[in-house]
Design a protein around this ligand. Structure first.
Ligand code: MLT
Ligand code: MN
Length: 310
């Protein structure tokens, strides 16, 4: 199974278009150690030919340009694509808007939880991916599903599970559900298994808390891509960027006694990679003290183009 990080940053990307904070400014100036990153998405393939996108970011067009695996087969028909399915883990802008790039009449299949598909179904702009040729299939929670596209299995089995999270930012005002850190299927994690070999990894790009059910699930796993949005809960407030904590955004922080470094300390996960990293997060600076602390705790910081074969 081949995994490619298409985009390792969170919503807004790195640098963010309107941000003149120290991190984005350094990336924009191409200072050494501040590699730019596009928004949150992975691509995974069992056979190296047919690909499944895990989230579909507004930067997908650029991500396809940088990853020849995702180009049409030059010897194939006039219109073709190796992208056969897209799995979305929540309805946030950084995870669903890339679907708009996949219009133009090529069939593929969209998978999401019932709650996330309801958001996509409620926005008619997504009908540019015509449901007649781009079916939307519900991923049940806590049950492994063989991922397929128009009846053809793709060699991957995916189990979705609810993690503590929240509804998408743009739905907050219209919802009467104010519970942050809820486990209702607004935010899911994925266990992705190569059907033929049983090799697997976890993908949890958004998560408010590593609670006991999540810790029990991922204990001893060979590999996880995990929510690395913020280093400290109040870093966006302290940098003067936005008056919001990570907790308010439904994202666990990396540091602190409730953070992901502490939560994973005794979980014996063999390889741990942060993704969905916000442009305020000092781990994006290769030479920062925070980066060294994360690496010392056994974490890698994801980057665009990172490739893993398991
Ligand atoms: C998030 O991860 O909290 C969202 O992507 C934020 C956003 O939509 O800008
Ligand atoms: Mn996001």
């Amino acid at each position: 199974m081949l995994i490619k990080v298409l985009g390792a940053s969170a919503g807004g990307g790195f640098p963010q278009w309107n941000c003149n904070g120290p991190m984005s400014a350094s990336a924009r100036a191409r200072k050494p150690g501040f590699a730019a990153r596009t928004q949150s998405s992975l691509a995974v393939s069992a056979d190296g030919h047919r690909w499944v996108l895990l989230n579909c970011s507004p930067d997908l067009r650029e991500q396809i340009a940088h990853n020849p695996e995702l180009w049409p087969d030059a010897k194939g028909p006039l219109r073709n694509s190796p992208i056969k399915a897209v799995i979305v883990t929540n309805a946030d802008v950084d995870h669903i808007i890339g679907l708009i790039n996949l219009r133009e009449g090529t069939p593929f299949t969209i998978y999401g939880s019932e709650r996330v598909l309801a958001t996509i179904n409620a926005n008619s702009v997504f009908n540019v991916c015509n449901p007649a040729i781009v079916p939307r299939l519900e991923l049940p929670l806590d049950r492994a599903v063989a991922i397929e596209d128009h009846g053809e299995t793709l060699g991957l089995t995916i189990e979705a599970f609810a993690v503590p999270g929240k509804i998408a930012l743009f739905l907050e005002d219209s919802s009467d559900r104010k519970s942050f850190g809820s486990r209702d299927g607004d935010t899911i994690g994925l266990k992705v298994t190569e059907t033929a070999t049983g090799r697997f990894f976890y993908y949890v790009p958004g998560c408010a808390e590593v609670d006991v059910p999540l810790a029990d699930r991922i204990k001893g796993a060979p590999l996880i891509f995990f929510d690395g949005t913020l280093y400290t809960d109040d870093e966006m407030i302290r940098q003067g960027l936005l008056n919001k904590t990570g907790a308010r955004m439904g994202h666990i922080s990396i540091s602190g006694s409730n953070g992901s470094m502490a939560a994973f300390k005794d979980l014996d996960v063999k390889r741990k990679i942060y993704v969905h990293i916000n442009n305020s997060n000092p781990v994006l600076d290769d030479n920062s003290p925070e980066r060294k602390v994360a690496e010392k705790a056994g974490w890698e910081v994801g980057y665009d183009g990172m490739e893993i074969r398991i």
